[in-house]
Design a protein around this ligand. Sequence first.
Ligand code: C2E
Ligand code: MG
Ligand code: MG
Ligand code: MG
Length: 289
Amino acid sequence: HAKATERGSVSFFDAAMHANAVHHLRLDAELRRALDEEQFEVHYQPIVDLASGLANSFEALVRWRHPERGMVPPDQFLPIMEETGLIVRLGHWVIEEVCRQLAVWGPAVVNVSVNISDREFWHSGLLPHVLHCLGRHGLTADRMTIEITEGVIMRRPELALRLMKDMHDAGLQLHIDDFGTGYSSLETLHRFPVEAFKIDRSFIRGVMSGDRTADLVRVIVAMGKALGLAVVAEGVETTDQLAFLQEIGCVTGQGYLFMPAVAGDAAGELVGQVLGGGPVVPTQGGPTQ
Ligand code: C2E
Ligand code: MG
Ligand code: MG
Ligand code: MG
């Protein structure tokens, strides 16, 4: 229903906006149904000790197994769920599912990291839900890590500090995700009760490029050491990157070099295996099929 005006470009713009709104509404309805029908899956990417190639912890990454479109990666549905608030329901489901999987695996899988978005983080039901799910499956709180980005924390630092202290006091681990892409990095690391931070993939991608990125990563790793924090390198894809990270003393990493995110059963079987045999090319439609 484009408005009829003298200026064709204006009516075209209105029509495009309308089409976009219709697309959003349709996708939102589909996502609500997907939640009701449990079309989502949690896949798990190993967090690897770079010296040994062993992993006993994973990051939980949600996927949508669409009845016609196959496996849909999170960047194609999380933004709209964040916008409508539906992410809170999805997040609750992910946490429940992770607890169920942890109980199935047993103690060989020490910890699972769960990504928490902006909306989820500020929701007062988050911590009670996490503790309820852990308790129902007979799990202690140290089995779960909460990943939050600096960007989320910096929106309301004082409130964030209070919420994170509550989580920390409850026994959960807290990690800063996508480190280096936000602001006030040093302050966040220094004042907030976090155990680790994850160097964003964009930095790891550049370490062999011959520019200053390698120096930057070296400094970030040294800073983590000085602050007594664990450092995880995200997006390790090549043996060159791995060699560099080992040389500068980065202890843990994730990436396609070791393993993309895989379904729960397959992930459980990775514990005790040496990972990192060679670069893995992710299959079409995302690394998890
Ligand atoms: P993230 O938390 O930074 O997760 C890392 C992303 O990098 C994942 O993408 C992972 O599959 C991908 N990755 C891992 N290793 C490599 C590599 O070597 N190379 C490349 N190119 N990519 C690699 P994914 O699964 O598509 O997730 C994207 C983002 O969606 C996540 O970024 C996270 O912010 C969000 N997300 C995923 N699952 C959840 C969830 O359950 N809840 C919430 N709130 N957010 C989630
Ligand atoms: Mg993450
Ligand atoms: Mg990340
Ligand atoms: Mg990232």
